[in-house]
Ligand binder design. Structure first.
Ligand code: ADP
Ligand code: 5GP
Length: 258
C-alpha cells in the first residue's frame, strides 16, 4: 500500500477506541478499518460505524470465502479485518489503522512486517477496572461478569507488549493522544519524507520516547502492577489506592463510550 499500516492493540478498556477517535479528529489521511464481529452491539454502537455485526454462520462463510486479512476469537466472539479495507486505503493513498487484538496483530505482522505496531497500556489494574465499569455503566447497567472477564484477560494480553514497536501508557488522555499523533507524524516523516509542519523536533522526540526500546522505565511500574514483573512469578493484580480516576465518573472530555 502507498500509505502506512498502523496496528494498535490494548487490553479491552485501556482507551484505545478513545485514542483512535481523538487521533482521527486531529490527523487527516488515516483510514480506520471497521472490523467484522459476531459479538452483540454495545450501547449506541451502529452497524458499519463501530463494527460490522454478523452472525457466527455469516462470519464462518466469510472465512471460507477468504474475506479476511486476519481474524481471531476474542472473549468467545469472532473479530476480523476485511482485506477490502487494505485495498480501499491503498486506492485512496491513505494510511490505514487497525484496532485489533494481539492474535490478529501477530497474523498481520507475519504477512506485513513493515506495519507499525503500537501497544496501549492502562496505568494499572485499578484504573482499568474503573474504565471498564464506567463504560459498562454508560451503556446501561454495570456488567460485573463482563468487567471481570476483560480484566482477567488483561495481563495475558499485556505480556505481548514486546512484539510491538511503540508503547503508550494511557494515563492522561491528552498526553497519550499527543504521543499517538507524534508516532503517526514521525513515521510519515521517516518513511515518506513527509514534512512535519510545526514543532518538528519535538514531535520526533515524543515519538522516539515511545519506542519500545526507550519505554522500559515507564513500563516497569505498569508491568509490576499487573503482576508481570513480580519476583513470585504469580500474577496478582495490585488494586492499591494508586488511582486518581474515580469510579462512577467518566472524568474527561472528548471520549467515546463504545
Ligand atoms: P478500549 O477501546 O481500549 O476498549 P475505550 O476507548 O472504550 O477502551 O475506553 C474505556 C473507557 O475509559 C471509556 O469510558 C473511556 O471514556 C475511558 N477512558 C479512555 N481513556 C481515558 C483516560 N486517559 N482517562 C480516563 N478515562 C479514559
Ligand atoms: P471490543 O469487544 O471491546 O470492542 O473488542 C474486544 C477486542 O477485540 C479488542 O482487543 C479489539 O482490539 C479486538 N478487535 C476488534 N476488532 C478486531 C479485528 O478485526 N480483529 C481482531 N483480531 N481483533 C479485533
Amino acid at each position: 500500500m502507498a500509505g502506512i499500516l498502523f496496528i494498535i492493540s490494548a487490553p479491552s478498556g485501556s482507551g484505545k477506541s478513545t485514542l483512535v477517535s481523538e487521533l482521527r479528529k486531529q490527523v487527516g489521511g488515516v483510514d480506520f478499518s471497521v472490523s467484522w464481529t459476531t459479538r452483540a452491539p454495545r450501547g449506541s454502537e451502529a452497524h458499519g460505524r463501530e463494527y460490522n455485526f454478523a452472525t457466527r454462520e455469516q462470519f464462518e462463510r466469510m472465512i471460507e470465502a477468504g474475506v479476511f486479512l486476519e481474524y481471531a476469537q476474542v472473549f468467545g466472539s469472532y473479530y476480523g479485518t476485511a482485506r477490502q479495507a487494505l485495498e480501499d486505503a491503498r486506492a485512496a493513498g491513505h494510511d490505514l489503522l487497525l484496532d485489533i487484538d494481539v492474535q490478529g496483530a501477530a497474523q498481520v505482522r507475519a504477512r506485513m512486517p513493515e506495519a507499525v505496531s503500537i501497544f496501549v497500556l492502562p496505568p494499572n489494574p485499578k484504573v482499568l477496572r474503573t474504565r471498564l465499569r464506567n463504560r459498562s455503566r454508560a451503556e446501561g447497567v454495570v456488567n460485573e461478569e463482563e468487567v471481570y472477564r476483560r480484566l482477567s484477560e488483561a495481563s495475558k494480553e499485556i505480556e505481548n507488549y514486546r512484539e510491538y514497536g511503540y508503547i503508550l501508557v494511557n494515563d492522561i488522555l491528552d498526553r497519550a493522544v499527543a504521543q499517538l499523533e507524534a508516532i503517526v507524524l514521525a513515521e510519515r516523516f521517516y518513511r515518506n519524507g513527509e514534512a512535519i509542519a510545526y514543532r518538528s523536533r519535538r514531535v520526533l522526540e515524543v515519538a522516539a520516547a515511545c519506542l519500545q526500546s526507550n519505554s522500559q522505565e515507564r513500563l516497569n511500574p505498569v508491568l509490576e502492577a499487573f503482576g508481570i514483573l513480580g519476583s513470585s512469578g504469580q500474577q496478582q493484580f495490585n488494586f492499591g489506592e494508586d488511582s486518581d480516576e474515580e469510579d462512577s465518573v467518566d472524568n474527561h472530555e472528548g471520549t467515546n463510550d463504545d
